[in-house]
Design a protein around this ligand. Structure first.
Ligand code: HEC
Ligand code: HEC
Ligand code: HEC
Ligand code: HEC
Ligand code: HEC
Ligand code: HEC
Length: 291
């Protein structure tokens, strides 16, 4: 239980190593420790000479400990041993027992009577925001900048096309489109200080109703079952679409030494999105696919 909360709050306070040891990024996993009986290390993960966790236990990149932090290729298939994890927890569960460490879905922010669960707010806000007064993320005392606040719990690459999106729009026209369309749709589309698209440009971090849904910051897709999350069902065109992508996927897998499978499905439930994406509404806030 609460494994990630522990990681999030405790490691935040002690990001670096002293002396010659490599400087680890904030929120990083501990190293140099010998696994206890509670941990089962699969063969693919190589331990150090004393049976301890070393960089190469979890990372396939050569000399990662000698590489400056901002030059580490986190998008490489070898970045995490085994590669191609859809969720970061999939990686954690290779060693940690999934049942024992199930993590709390902190996006469940309302109790049965519709009151906010205040402790959830403090994962991301330094103090529980007063919803009557705080009307912008700039006043919301976020613990980390918008570019990194979701990482640590989520990968930077949680789904297809997520990484490609976390950039500043190449053309100013897109910035104008975002401003115009978000006003028209009555939503907010927060960007980073450098005008990069971030997770919360598309996603709301809050459960529906935490922020007044009649205001732009609170307008979002209403999800019936937030606990279940994104849900898909089989699509009648699956076989056709899969066949169509087979060759390209094989090439991709070979090139990147990965084993990504493709499955074309129909989305049943969307979650934590500012507008529905399944019919393209969200995409059209920023994109003008006509040209
Ligand atoms: C290669 C195996 C391995 C992987 C993968 C792994 N861990 Fe660990 N983790 C360990 C070992 C070993 C320990 C030391 C504690 C022990 O041996 O019981 C540990 C300890 C921890 C602790 C401290 C627990 C405590 O009781 O102090 C946290 C928190 C943690 N891991 C979170 C994670 C998260 C989150 C992930 C995924 C991002 C992850 N771990 C992936 C092996 C692993
Ligand atoms: C138990 C597994 C584990 C061990 C051991 C480990 N790491 Fe990591 N490391 C991770 C995970 C998981 C992430 C990705 C976190 C994320 O993307 O949110 C990560 C991320 C990183 C990053 C990238 C941070 C960023 O986002 O830019 C660097 C750099 C890094 N580790 C260096 C090291 C070094 C150096 C060592 C050895 C001293 C080491 N790691 C040992 C699991 C491990
Ligand atoms: C997962 C991280 C996260 C958690 C947990 C979280 N917030 Fe936020 N909050 C954010 C981010 C990021 C923003 C800025 C983007 C936005 O407004 O959606 C924000 C913005 C806000 C704002 C300003 C909205 C506006 O008008 O622009 C309020 C008010 C707020 N949060 C209240 C809360 C309350 C109350 C809770 C607890 C029930 C909570 N938040 C939990 C990440 C979080
Ligand atoms: C918040 C604005 C925003 C939203 C919403 C958005 N995009 Fe994008 N998209 C971008 C930016 C920025 C880029 C980077 C290229 C650029 O600047 O033109 C991009 C790039 C792309 C690319 C090219 C990726 C590549 O490989 O270069 C595709 C395809 C795409 N978007 C599809 C979508 C789809 C489908 C949706 C809806 C699910 C969507 N986008 C929603 C801003 C957005
Ligand atoms: C303290 C950890 C934590 C932080 C910080 C966090 N999340 Fe989450 N998030 C979770 C957990 C736990 C779930 C439940 C599903 C799971 O375990 O992956 C979840 C689920 C989600 C889902 C729905 C996926 C599904 O299928 O249920 C989205 C979307 C999401 N988070 C977006 C965000 C965004 C955007 C941010 C940053 C503003 C963020 N999260 C910050 C822990 C976190
Ligand atoms: C351009 C828009 C966009 C950006 C940027 C974006 N996402 Fe998503 N995300 C989506 C869409 C669309 C879905 C699928 C439908 C849904 O969530 O209902 C999705 C799904 C998810 C899911 C659920 C995946 C699943 O299948 O279980 C998680 C978790 C998530 N996003 C986290 C993040 C995080 C963390 C970031 C930033 C690192 C991010 N997203 C950036 C649009 C985006």
């Amino acid at each position: 239980m609460l494994l990630l909360r522990y990681l999030f709050l405790v490691l935040l306070a002690m990001p670096a190593f002293a002396g010659d040891a490599p400087i680890l990024p904030p929120l990083h996993h501990l190293v140099g420790i010998e696994p206890s009986d509670a941990i089962e290390i699969p063969d693919a993960f190589k331990l150090g000479e004393q049976g301890e966790l070393i960089c190469a236990t979890c990372h396939g990149l050569k000399d990662i400990d000698k590489t400056p932090l901002d030059e580490v290729d986190t998008e490489s298939a070898d970045f995490l041993v085994g590669g191609g994890y859809r969720k970061i927890t999939g990686f954690c569960y290779r060693c940690h027992d999934e049942k024992k460490v199930q993590r709390d879905n902190i996006h469940l922010m309302l109790d049965e009577s519709g009151n906010i669960k205040k402790k959830q707010c403090e994962f991301c806000h330094e103090e529980v925001p007063d919803r009557e007064k705080v009307k912008s993320h700039k006043d919301a005392k976020l613990r980390l900048p918008l570019t990194t606040i979701c990482l640590g719990c989520h990968l930077k690459d949680p789904h297809f096309n997520a990484v490609e999106h976390q950039v500043k729009p190449a053309k100013d026209e897109m910035l104008k489109l975002i401003e115009k369309n978000s006003q028209q749709q009555g939503i907010i589309v927060p960007l980073s200080d450098k005008q990069e698209v971030v997770c919360v440009s598309c996603h709301s971090p809050h459960q529906y109703g935490v922020i007044d849904p009649s205001t732009p910051a609170g307008k979002q897709v209403k999800t019936k079952d937030l606990e279940k999350g994104v849900d898909y069902k089989p699509h009648p065109w699956k076989a056709v679409v899969t066949a169509d992508k087979l060759d390209r996927l094989a090439e991709f897998n070979q090139q990147h030494d990965m084993n990504v499978a493709f499955s074309y499905q129909r989305i049943v439930q969307e979650t934590l999105l500012r507008l529905p994406a399944k019919d393209g509404q969200l995409c059209l806030v920023c994109h003008d696919f006509k040209d």
